[in-house]
Write a protein that binds this ligand. Structure first.
Ligand code: SER
Length: 321
């Protein structure tokens, strides 16, 4: 039996990861933390729900004192546009609280003479300042956005703690994926730069027209939520990952806003889009890679799905109207 902690379980990735953890680990104990109230229909019997802020360090300490946690899935975060609007909160949530929880995982590992596994969702935002194609993990990294700077600082902090842990033979086992935009039929995201694509998808299905805040030529990589969850499970499953690099790229396909619109219009002939670039969004989108080299993740079992039309069709069918 294992004990797992998932933070941000009400978010886009967290909500689907919690379902997956519950499905896969019916004997395990899961502690699920979010500032938002849990849904009334969340009645999983092996889950202890806690409604509180990740900035409550006393709470975090008491969770680690009470439970011998084996795996942490840390999804609480402000996305790129929200971070730009609220840099102090972004620093508190995306950096300070994340460091506290990595430290608690490390201390617990030392105390119990084990490795506490830690999953961190990083982002294509770590790349920049210019758009490149097929970015690989060691490419030049000079993020333009605060969000990207925060993500890279946690990647580096987690990697350093991981290296220290290897020397101690106990501590934290830090693993991370650099996610592109996520396409989910279950949520309509807000606060991010890549939101325009999933928002277009939901608008088309709901019979609404859409105003896109990036230029029609803007091309970024995307992954479906189901494949993102599979990738997390794949990277967290092995006992250890023999790699000094601890953050790996994943994506399914890359597409421009306009080509995505064309596919949607084949399915919804009435659907209409207006392009009105928002400078903040455009500047960030133009500094992120148009595609990622995913060879390393593929070597751990990740399998990109490149059948764009089939993917879009499946997502459309899954959206509840
Ligand atoms: N989807 C995120 C954002 O747009 C990037 O990781 O902010």
């Amino acid at each position: 039996m294992k004990t797992m902690l998932i933070t941000g379980f009400k978010g886009e990735i967290g909500s689907q990861m919690l379902k997956e953890l519950v499905k896969k680990n019916s004997n395990n104990q899961i502690i699920a933390l979010d500032i938002a109230e849990k849904n009334q229909n969340h009645t999983f019997k092996n889950v202890e729900f806690i409604q509180d802020s990740i900035t409550n360090i006393d709470l975090l300490q008491s969770i680690f004192e009470k439970h011998d946690i084996d795996e942490i899935y840390h999804f609480v975060a402000l996305l790129s546009q929200s971070s730009k609007k609220n840099p102090e909160l972004a620093q508190k949530i995306n950096v300070d609280s994340t460091i506290s929880i990595i430290d608690l995982a490390y201390d617990l590992g030392l105390k119990k003479k084990k490795f506490t596994k830690f999953f961190f969702p990083s982002s294509i935002a770590v790349y920049g300042p210019r758009k490149i194609a097929l970015a690989s993990e060691k490419d030049i990294i000079k993020p333009k956005s605060l969000y990207g700077l925060n993500k890279i600082s946690i990647e580096q902090y987690g990697t350093k703690k991981h290296e220290q842990s290897i020397l101690n033979c106990s501590g934290v086992d830090f693993r991370s994926l650099r996610f592109p935009g996520i396409l989910s039929p279950y949520n309509i995201p807000t606060g991010g730069t890549t939101d325009y694509l999933p928002q277009m998808l939901h608008s088309a299905k709901n019979g609404l027209n859409y105003v896109c805040q990036v230029d029609k030529k803007t091309t970024l990589p995307f992954i479906t939520i189901d494949n993102a969850i599979r990738a997390i499970t794949q990277i967290m499953s092995p006992k250890s990952i023999e790699s000094k690099l601890r953050s790996f790229n994943v994506q399914d396909f890359s597409i421009s806003a306009y080509n995505f619109e064309l596919i949607l219009r084949e399915m919804f002939s009435e659907f209409q889009i207006q392009y009105k670039s928002n400078q903040d969004m455009q500047n960030i989108a133009d500094s992120w890679p148009e595609s990622l080299n995913c060879e390393l993740a593929i070597s751990f079992g990740f399998s990109p799905d490149r059948e764009i039309k089939k993917i879009i069709n499946n997502l459309i069918n899954l959206i509840d109207v």
